[in-house]
Ligand binder design. Structure first.
Ligand code: ZN
Length: 454
């Protein structure tokens, strides 16, 4: 268990005590997400540099630069995309689809264009969402030479016949792909990867939420001693995780667990996608984790080769124990990849409860020990040890009693706390809190922690 957790209400979760200190953390995460939200990120270029600079106000991120043309497994780092401005002038002289109003208006990685054309020709380069006619879609053309604008379908329908002047002031030049890395040093050799993609422009949930949450988590960890070392990676989708993997293959035997975070700030129920291994420790912990005010179980999805950068970490040549943690699953919420994925869509209370969920998962990694019942013949008389409520009937009390009885029954030296949480259908944190009480009362002993020799 994190040492610091003894001073915040996590080690002994009180399910009635929301809101709690993580609410304040939600405000801090939201404020950081708000600072990076306006930046025009892409898989290369200034937006990523600027974002890393903002995150550096919280933690000392090391920025790694990978030149255009670098081979990364089967991929090649593209030319850097420079964007200065983009807009269309309609037949009445009005500027529309202005990049400076919303960076989603410009097809990400558009080549430069400065030309006048009739509406029919322009329409072939305009992307809209007919079923969500008020929203601007987010579109990319990273690895091809294309140009285009994104706008609301209603705006497209209102365009009148005539000549339109298209201005896309961009360039593709030999430059750099960047990824950021921050390491929290534990006292063991083994590492936990924590990853968020840094390539989407003004989309709040996908993935300003993940970048901001991980940055605040890393900052919060500075005051905590951990067993594991934690590598925080902020990299452009796909090509960025491949760049990190390419540079760090020698470190991979030390990677014991990992999580990719995206879409972590909306109010949906939490989703966890298993690693390719299916039954990795982190996969099992996710199933014993709870989320939100009502401490809901996470929806657990099997591994699939679709999604975010867990695809690269879980490719067969690496097969790392890395899962994907989200609130609403990507692609399933109407705001996904649209202008409605804005700062109102992510809320401090959701970011705070997501932060708690991640801390709970890492606490389980850090604090999974094997208990041994010191008096296994019959149940101990709990009230004699101050562990049984003298007046019964309260729901939370009965849950707590159930957790005591589960731990005592399976504290045979062959089950760790995670095994017991799985058998009991209680959360890991409930089982861990009960085990801590039983240890204090000397009813059980600690036979040791997962993964380490003590
Ligand atoms: Zn996305």
């Amino acid at each position: 268990m994190f040492e610091m957790l003894t001073t915040v209400p996590v080690a002994k979760p009180d399910l009635t005590s929301f809101p709690h200190p993580y609410q304040a953390m939600g405000d801090i995460i939201h404020a950081l997400a708000s600072r990076i939200y306006p930046l025009c990120r892409s898989i290369t270029g200034q937006g990523v540099r600027d974002t890393i600079d903002v995150l550096r106000d919280h933690i000392d991120i090391i920025r790694n630069d990978v030149p255009s043309g670098t081979r990364l497994f089967d991929w090649i780092v593209p030319q850097e995309w420079i964007v200065r401005n983009a807009y269309i002038i309609d037949p009445s002289g009005r500027q529309i689809a202005e990049f400076k109003t919303s960076n989603l208006h410009l097809l990400n990685y558009s080549i430069p264009v400065r030309r006048t054309m009739p509406l029919a020709e322009l329409k072939a380069h305009i992307y809209t969402l007919p079923t969500q006619p008020d929203l601007i879609p987010y579109k990319t053309a990273y690895y091809t030479d294309a140009w285009g604008f994104c706008m609301s379908h209603n705006e497209l329908l209102a365009l009148k016949d005539g000549d339109y002047e298209v201005v896309i002031d961009t360039a593709k030049v030999p430059g750099m792909l960047h990824y950021g890395e921050y390491r929290h040093q534990g006292w063991g050799d083994k590492e936990v990867l924590l990853y968020a993609h840094i390539c989407h422009p003004s989309l709040a949930n996908d993935n300003c939420s993940g970048l901001a949450l991980l940055t605040c988590l890393a900052e919060w960890m500075k005051s905590i001693r951990t067993y594991y070392s934690y590598r925080f990676i902020f990299a452009p989708g796909t090509i960025g995780s491949l760049a990190w993997l390419s540079a760090n293959e020698h470190c991979l035997p030390n990677v014991a667990h990992g999580l990719v975070l995206s879409c972590i700030g909306d109010g949906g129920n939490a989703h966890y996608k298993r690693s390719r291994r299916h039954t990795a420790i982190i996969d099992r912990i996710a199933a014993c984790t709870r989320c939100g005010e009502d401490q809901h179980p996470l929806a657990i999805d099997d591994f699939s080769p679709f999604g975010y950068d867990e695809r690269q970490f879980c490719s067969p040549g690496f097969d790392l124990p890395v899962g994907l943690l989200q609130r609403s699953a990507f692609g399933t919420f109407p705001e996904y990849h649209t202008s409605a994925d804005n700062l109102d869509f992510i809320r401090p209370e959701h970011l705070g409860s997501s932060f708690r969920m991640v801390v709970d998962m890492l606490s389980a990694l850090e604090g999974n020990w094997t208990p041994l019942n010191n008096s296994p013949k019959g149940e101990p008389h709990l009230s004699r040890h101050g562990l049984f409520p003298t007046i019964g009937g309260h729901k939370d009390q009965s849950l707590q009693t159930a957790a005591y009885l589960w731990v005592l029954n399976f504290a045979d030296g062959n089950h760790d706390l995670l095994d017991i949480a799985e058998r009991s259908n209680l959360s890991f944190m409930q089982i861990a809190a009960a085990a801590a009480d039983l240890l204090d009362a000397r009813l059980i002993s600690n036979l040791g922690f997962l993964d380490r020799k003590i």
